[in-house]
Design a protein around this ligand. Structure first.
Ligand code: ADP
Length: 558
């Protein structure tokens, strides 16, 4: 039956006397909702969050379809049939919005009890939709049911909208408080989007129908503005998709989205006729195009940056894995070195020395020379192994230091005495001098300090082909420092090398001239140890051929 006010049936695009805003408010909002809803769903179908967004989008689109029918159709039976869907769909939107936010915040499904709660809230609307409590009659003249909607029923489902808003706001605030800063931005986007949608949609449809029912205005056209809430919601959803991958959608095709929007807005020119609508549509078109360009540019930039970061992270992960493997290998090597190499080497060196000293009878001169080489090589090998072990201990942070007060001058003198014979064998004169104001007491690990002095004096012996080596102990009472200088008349080094030689495996350019078997680790270890005990090792030289001075510096106690 055709409503009395109208002569002939009208359909969506041919109905006369419609508010100018009608298509403008309905079609873009619902298409945008469906577009984003399906886009998100199709990209990750197994995600509950994506399914819920699709449900909300579909319910919203069905609501706008129902509304368009109610506005444009004059078939009384048909309009009366679709009318109850307003209540049903808006209740679904409210409840599914709550469900959606729960899943968004907790990243998991809600409990069975809560689902039952949701169902309980929906039950009155579902059961009573087609009873007199929902609509008790139909206005056959105007083709609407405004005067016949049960106020209890209407009150209930409108209330559901506000319950959803408060419920969601409470949840968001609770999670916002304990969220990280990135999550906070996401919660904020989601909050602004969904709350503006629910607020505009619920409030303006309520006010619209209220005004129409009470006869203040002829129809409920104010509700048309409520639908723009969906646009706001979807824009925020799009930002969440692009910036935070909230819906596990890796790449949003921004061009496709913007193009669809432009076509959608432009398509309105085919049916808008009034000047206001044409202006509104034109402005929207320009704004959409501009916003679209900005979004596309930003998205592209962001995607590029993200890809780069992902690639870097991937590389870093690989490098880290390799490093861990190397570290493991190093540790294994260290344990092999210490246990498998050191012990036999000690025996070789010990027995060879005893043979050389004649403990097993007098050696022929030729053999003496060979055994001497065995002793020399194995001594070098043992000290190299010791260097390697020290380096790996230092790097692993496993080096143990036992600090105690001792007299550094006395220690330096002992080491000098130890080395004097070796120096004499090489034709070098090794002397010890001291010029102290204080006692020379330092607080350090005595074993490590001896090792440093051994390293420095050994080097002086190694890199001094002829001349003298002076060990000079002195102090600076004002600075509270104690110094042991090892001054040689050896090969010296270039100014640019005095720092480099403290690096791992570093040797000066002329090192091989006098000593081919160095590892370049001794000074590295010496400096690290000294620094660990608040001391320092430094080098000075007047240049190649002019000797060098190495200095051990320690804080003075007394
Ligand atoms: P190694 O002596 O095993 O090569 P070191 O770390 O002890 O390793 O020394 C690093 C480098 O510093 C040496 O290779 C040498 O070039 C230089 N160097 C060390 N001591 C002296 C010295 N007394 N005179 C000249 N050069 C030295």
């Amino acid at each position: 039956m055709i409503c009395y006010l109208y002569e002939a049936p009208t359909y969506f695009f041919f109905a006369p006397d419609l508010p100018e805003l009608l298509y403008y408010s309905h079609i873009p909002a619902s298409v945008l909702a469906l577009l984003i809803g399906f886009f998100v769903f199709l990209h990750a179908r197994d995600q509950l969050l994506n399914k819920l967004l699709l449900i909300i989008s579909v319910c919203f689109s069905l609501w706008t379809l129902t509304s368009l029918i109610a506005w444009t159709n004059v078939e009384a039976n048909f309009v009366a049939f679709v009318w109850p869907f307003f209540a049903l769909l808006s209740s679904f939107i409210a409840i599914f919005s709550i469900y959606f936010i729960h899943v968004f915040l907790t990243k998991e499904d809600v409990s069975f009890r809560l689902k039952l709660g949701f169902l309980a809230l929906l039950t009155p609307v579902l059961l009573l939709a087609h009873t007199n409590l929902s609509i008790s009659g139909f206005n056959i003249t105007n083709c609407d049911a405004f005067g016949f909607e049960g106020s209890l029923y209407k009150g209930y489902y409108t209330l559901l909208g506000y319950v959803a808003m408060i419920w969601i706001a409470t949840l968001l605030i609770k999670h916002y408080r304990k969220a990280t800063s990135e999550l906070r931005t996401q919660i904020l986007y989601m909050g602004i989007g969904i709350e503006s949608f629910l607020f505009l949609f619920t409030t303006l449809t309520f006010i619209g129908t209220y005004l129409a029912t009470t006869g203040v205005v002829d129809d409920s056209r104010i509700e048309l503005y409520g639908l723009f809430g969906m646009m706001i919601f979807m824009v925020f959803m799009a930002m969440l998709i692009v910036r935070f991958k909230t819906f596990n959608v890796t790449v949003l095709a921004p061009q496709a989205l913007v193009l669809a929007l432009l076509i959608l807005v432009a398509s309105q020119f085919t049916y808008v006729t009034t000047a206001t609508s044409i202006t509104l549509t034109s402005v929207t078109l320009v704004l959409t195009a501009l916003a679209g360009l900005v979004i596309i540019r930003n998205v592209k930039k962001e995607i590029k940056q993200r890809k780069e970061i992902e690639q870097l992270a991937q590389k870093l992960k690989k490098a880290n894995k390799r490093l861990k493997e190397l570290d493991q290998m190093k540790s294994e090597f260290v344990s092999i070195a210490s246990h498998q190499l050191r012990s036999p080497l000690t025996s070789i060196r010990g027995y060879a020395s005893m043979i050389l000293e004649g403990s097993y009878g007098k050696l022929p001169t030729k053999a003496e020379e060979v055994v001497g080489k065995i002793v020399e090589s194995s001594t070098f090998m043992a000290s190299s192994i010791e260097d390697y072990l020290n380096v790996s201990r230092i790097e692993a942070g496993n080096m143990k230091y036992e600090l105690a007060d001792f007299n550094l001058k006395d220690e330096a003198e002992h080491v000098a005495d130890d080395k004097r014979q070796e120096a004499m064998k090489k034709g070098l004169l090794l002397t010890f001098k001291s010029d102290l104001d204080r006692h020379g007491i330092v607080n350090a690990d005595i074993g490590k300090t001896r090792q440093i002095l051994h390293n420095l004096i050994n080097n002086a012996l190694k890199y001094t082909p002829r001349g003298t080596i002076v060990i000079f102990a002195h102090d600076d009472a004002k600075k509270k420092k104690m110094y042991i200088d090892i001054i040689d008349s050896g090969i010296g080094m270039r100014a640019d090398e005095v720092e480099d030689i403290f690096g791992k495996f570093e040797r000066a350019h002329n090192a091989n001239e006098t000593n081919v078997t160095g590892t370049g680790l001794g000074l590295f270890v010496a400096r690290k140890m000294a620094r660990h005990m608040n001391g320092e090792v430094t080098a000075m030289s007047d240049g190649p051929g002019h000797g060098s001075t190495f200095r051990l510096e320690m804080p003075l106690q007394m």
